[in-house]
Design a protein around this ligand. Structure first.
Ligand code: ZN
Length: 255
């Protein structure tokens, strides 16, 4: 069941990834082939299955369809299942899964267009703050003030650190170093994960970013990857690794 729901959500994610950066509505019109513009028949729009059945080509014009559509659907199905197994059907699981799917969309949009759209980050910040106040357990807190405080500190820290780093780098390098999209993305991550999650995300994404950056530089010269995908990976690793590490650390700090 979680596999099916996940594949359907992945299909919708593909629509978002294509349309949001182009300023199109994600609801209407229905999906069409980007090459010949013919609408896609409902029976050709079954996640994963259709791509395999049509051998990755449009039924009308035979234009190749990127295999990435299929991978996004498969990843989404896998994420639904993993979060279901880890958190069950709970508020925590739903909030974390929603954020992870939003991060997946943002990472791919950032890779394609070098932008992180406000249409996802700004509602994400609002939802994260509201959810934290109503469900303080997201941050291991018992009262709404604690959850809200964790979330707001996360927004301030996440946005603040990248904004400050960007401004400093701009001043030194005399060119734009950090996009406003990255600032809002880490603020969104902070709204959902709280301030400890921001520290973890920043640590992981900088580490990953430097490692991959050095590797690419050695191999292919001057290729650059935007920072958004690293932030997304760092944030998702918080659920599976970071939370435990932060818990162990805070135990040392408090006692
Ligand atoms: Zn076509």
């Amino acid at each position: 069941m979680s596999l099916i729901l996940g594949a359907i959500a992945g299909s919708f994610l593909n629509v978002c990834i294509w349309r949001i950066p182009r300023g199109e509505s994600v609801i209407t019109p229905s999906s069409h082939c980007p090459k010949c513009l013919k609408p896609i028949r409902w029976y050709d729009n079954v996640p994963v299955w259709s791509i395999l059945y049509l051998k990755g080509r449009c039924r009308d014009c035979q234009a190749p369809i990127s295999p990435r559509y299929g991978w996004v659907e498969v990843s989404s199905a896998a994420l639904f299942t993993v979060f279901y197994l880890k958190y069950g059907i709970s508020v925590q699981g739903i909030v974390y899964l929603t954020m992870t799917l939003a991060l997946l969309a943002q990472a791919l949009i950032d890779l394609d267009h070098q932008i992180i759209p406000d249409e996802i980050t700004l509602p994400g910040i609002a939802l994260g703050v509201i959810a934290s106040a109503f469900f303080p357990g997201l941050h291991g807190q018992e009262h709404w003030q604690g959850g809200l405080l964790h979330s707001l500190l996360g927004v301030a820290l996440g946005g603040g650190i990248l904004y400050a780093a960007g401004t400093a780098a701009e001043w030194v390098l005399k060119k734009e170093a950090m996009g406003g999209g990255d600032v809002k993305l880490l603020a969104m991550i902070g709204a959902v994960l709280g301030w400890p999650g921001v520290l973890w995300t920043l640590f992981c994404s900088s580490f990953l970013g430097s490692a991959v950056g050095i590797y690419l530089r050695l191999r292919r010269g001057d290729e650059r990857i935007p920072f958004g995908p690293y932030l997304a990976l760092g944030a998702v690793s918080y659920f599976f690794l970071g939370k435990n590490v932060v818990q162990i650390y805070s135990r040392f700090l408090i006692y």
